[in-house]
Design a protein around this ligand. Structure first.
Ligand code: GAF
Length: 397
């Protein structure tokens, strides 16, 4: 069934209502939000100190809440997950000992952010979370929760850090409490993303260059495979270790410093899989730099070709795609007016991102729906977004 994408005021109203229900008459004192992201190109390059090109989305996580006098914390989430309680209660220790991760798992992001907050100690509080970022959809639901929570804590007790240190603190929360040794991309773009722009992030220097993306002739389509991805398993950390191992065999600090020539020369000292992983990263870093240049010039065909190369490399060399993502990307590429399509985010499920001419949107959606209808997978188009506005999500097929 089609339903409209929640707006930020709609999410705030939902969170306020739940706050009233849980905590009685007293209204929350503050409401903050942080966006999810879609990565246009540059996948698995961030923890190799390479380039990434994500953009913040109008899908957001909202936190409303109020400081309390003691050291008790209660957080309630509006998200429905049958397996986990929606409420968590814990106490902030007076001796500064860190909060350990546990259950419910969504609360670990909150605990992690408290532990890495730059102006400890954090006061007690009550808070409610509401989000329009699909959980496990590869659009950074966890980073948007971390960043929203960090912003919430800043409202209660300001810190004196800059935006980059905020992103880094949220990344640390993901490492210690979310169980994923992620790079900096998701938290960085959630903090520093700019409306109407993608952000070229140099993950070594942490410099970011906004790339305008507000051409009315252009649409970005995000399609959710509805295959839930989780990066907390062993695959993501294993990819990271393989990259580190390849860099060390090449005598480099990171794969950012390596060329394909370096890799070819070291090929007999690397096993086949490690070679393939490193090749993806070295080529993807170069592709991302070229793609950002193409986007600046409005060379969308060239950009689209790089997106397809990126997808193929993630599928064949990095092995983080899945059948559903491959099908979605290739179905989109069959439509006239589509420049490029690829899986986005960590992989193993989640979404594809497609760059296309605005006038081709209806036929692209129809084509994807018709193609995926033949299969038993549950595929649906989650949302159609452009920087110029948000179109309502389409129903499941
Ligand atoms: C996940 C991680 F959190 C990011 O840091 C990044 O590595 C991405 O996967 C792959 O590009 O979203």
């Amino acid at each position: 069934m089609a339903s409209s994408l929640p707006t930020v005021p709609g999410l705030v109203a939902e969170a306020r209502r739940l706050y009233g229900q849980e905590f009685g008459e007293e209204a929350p004192q503050t409401a903050v939000c942080a966006p999810g992201r879609v990565n246009l190109i540059g996948e698995h390059t961030d923890y190799n100190q390479g380039f990434v090109l994500p953009m913040a989305l109008p899908l957001v996580t909202v936190v409303v809440g109020r400081q309390t006098s003691g050291q008790d914390v209660t957080v309630v989430t509006a998200s429905e997950d049958a397996d986990e309680p929606r409420r968590v209660d814990f106490s902030l220790s007076s001796d500064g000992s860190p909060l350990s991760p546990g259950l419910p798992s969504w609360a670990n992001y909150v605990k992690g952010v408290i532990c890495h907050y730059r102006a400890p100690p954090v006061p007690g509080f009550r808070a409610v979370i509401a989000s329009s970022v699909p959980l496990g959809g590869g659009l950074s639901s966890s980073a948007s929760l971390e960043v929203a929570f960090y912003t919430f804590l800043q409202q209660l007790k300001p810190d004196d850090g800059d935006k980059v240190s905020k992103a880094v603190a949220c990344q640390q929360a993901e490492h210690t409490h979310g169980g994923v040794p992620c790079g900096i991309m998701d938290q960085f773009v959630s903090v520093l993303g700019r409306e109407g722009h993608a952000l070229l992030i140099d993950c070594r220097s942490l410099e970011a260059t906004p790339v305008p993306l507000a051409d009315p002739g252009l649409v970005i389509l995000i399609t959710n495979s509805n295959v839930k991805h989780s990066l907390t398993g062993s695959e993501y950390p294993m990819r990271r270790r393989q990259c580190e191992m390849a860099a060390s065999v090449l005598g480099k600090d990171s794969l950012r410093d390596a060329t394909m020539k370096d890799l070819e020369e070291a090929q007999d000292r690397l096993d086949d899989v490690t070679y393939q992983r490193a090749r993806h990263v070295i080529e993807e870093i170069d592709r991302t730099a070229r793609a950002a240049e193409a986007l600046k010039r409005g060379a969308y065909k060239e950009f689209g070709k790089l997106m397809v190369e990126s997808h193929n490399s993630l599928r064949d060399l990095y092995e983080v795609s899945c059948v559903e993502l491959d099908e979605l990307a290739s179905a989109a590429m069959e439509v006239e007016g589509v420049f490029g399509s690829r899986m986005t985010g960590g992989g193993f499920g989640g979404c594809t991102v497609t760059l296309l001419q605005a006038h081709a949107i209806e036929r692209t959606i129809l084509h994807i729906q018709v193609k995926t209808h033949k299969h038993t997978y549950t595929l649906y188009t989650e949302a159609v977004l452009s920087n110029l506005g948000v179109r309502p999500p389409l129903g499941g097929v």
